[in-house]
Design a protein around this ligand. Structure first.
Ligand code: PLP
Length: 453
């Protein structure tokens, strides 16, 4: 029986990333409050937030310091834009902090309000810069199949997932996709991780040659693919990719919207995977999701071009109202302070072995073909036959079924294409809570096995 709130939801909302026809039948999960790694629905039932919301609530759900700093900033100066050279203290302080911790050689910070608009900015900067440099042909951007970079027209084009393109008339021309680095699913039989990485790098090299190196401007990648299935890269992958990009003077954009700020056990996934990125997008854990904020970290050569262009044509014509919102920046400054003060990355390193041990143990289950992760992020893939890696029919939605059993068991996870399930709990999760999270999913898997039989 649908509750009153559920009926009102169905009558009023279009939910993002939802099967809208199914939603009309089953209704919403209505959450009311959160504490630590737990969220509670309107009936009071508890759930472990195994996805940190959408890979974002890194400090959990009841961080009073973040609430206080937001409230104080709201009282002091709830809004000022930073157009036309206007500024405020939190925006400046945050940019200084980001410069200190960035894993790429950054010169300046450009703010946005979401991961999508950060990547949209990256695309526009690449185009703008190459026009300014008198290289109007050097505009193509290469992304990866199953990569996820957002939903604006440009960032959805970068995204390599069919649902973001079908019937939206995307991707835009000039945005190309190379193969996904998912070894378990796409390596040839017997192909080692290193050989697979070398093959993908050679394929990228061929794509650049085929397109013409003077037409390819940039490459974008997430250190760990998120929405494409919580996929960690194979051994040697980014080292091989770095070499190809360097050969053709192609800008490397790291999309650290999920991995930024400790997720992989280091401040940035770029460092974990030795990515020689030139520029970086971050969001989500930048504020622990207590306020929408994103940032593009811009290197000195790109910044110099922007300044030169202003000398020639005037205003740099890009930016949105809430870019550098004072409340978001104040919350982000406090979030970064807490990461440092409470040694959150050390905590991630301490609990990650338990997380990864329980994650990889799932591969003993008859339905789990792959279970792999890094730090506090990982994915499992449910398969019909482990020996042949044969998949279930997509419309059977087996991973989604396991996630709905998990929800019954009090655990929120996310099912993705290819019957993959992601785990990405708040970074503050304890070892005991990790144990409880996997106990709940193991019960969900047992129910899924009964259901598929
Ligand atoms: N990039 C990555 C790697 C993401 O995971 C996401 C969102 O999940 C985005 C970009 C887009 O961010 P947003 O949903 O804030 O627009």
């Amino acid at each position: 029986m649908l509750t009153n709130l559920a009926v009102r939801d169905i009558e009023t909302l279009v939910h993002p990333y939802t099967n809208l026809a199914v939603h009309r039948e089953v209704g919403p999960l209505v959450l009311e409050r959160g504490k630590g790694v737990y969220v509670y629905d309107v009936s009071g039932k508890d759930y472990i937030e195994g996805m940190a919301g959408l890979w974002c609530t890194s400090l959990g759900y009841s961080n009073e310091e973040l609430c206080d700093v937001a409230y104080e900033q709201l009282k002091k100066l709830p809004f000022t834009h930073i157009f036309s050279g206007r500024s405020h203290d939190p925006a400046i302080e945050l940019a200084e902090k980001l410069k200190e911790i960035a894993p790429v050689p950054i010169s300046k910070v450009f703010y946005g309000a979401s991961g999508s608009d950060a990547n949209d900015t990256q695309v526009k900067l690449v185009w703008y810069m190459n026009n300014a440099l008198g290289r109007p042909k050097k505009k193509k951007i290469i992304s990866r199949l199953k990569g996820y970079h957002g939903v604006t027209v440009a960032s959805a084009s970068l995204t390599g997932l069919p649902a973001n393109h079908t019937d939206f008339d995307l991707p835009l021309p000039g945005i190309l996709h190379t193969s996904s680095p998912h070894h378990y699913r796409f390596a040839q039989p017997g192909e080692s991780e290193l050989d697979f990485s070398a093959r993908l790098a050679a394929e990228l090299d061929e794509m650049i040659q085929r397109e013409g190196p003077d037409t390819v401007a940039a490459f974008i990648a997430e250190p760990v693919m998120g929405a494409g299935g919580a996929v960690t890269p194979p051994e040697g992958y980014f080292e091989a990719i770095n070499a190809v990009l360097a050969k053709y003077d192609i800008l490397f954009i790291a999309d650290e919207v999920i991995t930024g700020f400790g997720r992989t056990g280091e401040m940035f996934g770029t460092t974990t995977y030795k990515m020689k990125a030139d520029t970086l997008s971050c969001a989500k854990a930048l504020t622990s999701a207590y306020f929408p904020l994103s940032a593009v970290l811009i290197n000195e050569p790109v910044y110099e071009v922007l300044v030169d262009q202003s000398r020639k044509i005037g205003t740099f014509g890009h930016g949105n109202t809430y870019a550098g919102h004072p409340v978001g920046c104040a919350v982000a400054v406090k979030t970064l302070e807490i990461y440092q003060r409470d040694r959150i990355i050390e905590h991630v390193r301490k609990v990650a072995p338990t997380f990864l041990q329980r994650l990889t143990r799932l591969a003993e289950h008859p339905l789990v073909g792959e279970a792999r992760g890094v730090g506090l992020i990982g994915g499992v893939e449910l398969v019909k036959d482990k020996a042949s890696k044969a998949q279930f029919e997509a419309k059977k939605a087996v991973a989604a079924k396991s996630v709905s059993f998990a929800q019954d068991e009090g655990l929120i996870l996310r099912a993705m294409g290819g019957d993959r399930v992601a785990f990405c709990p708040p970074l503050v999760i304890t070892e005991a809570e990790i144990g409880e999270m996997f106990d709940r999913y193991e019960r969900a898997l047992a129910r899924t096995l009964d259901w598929v039989k």
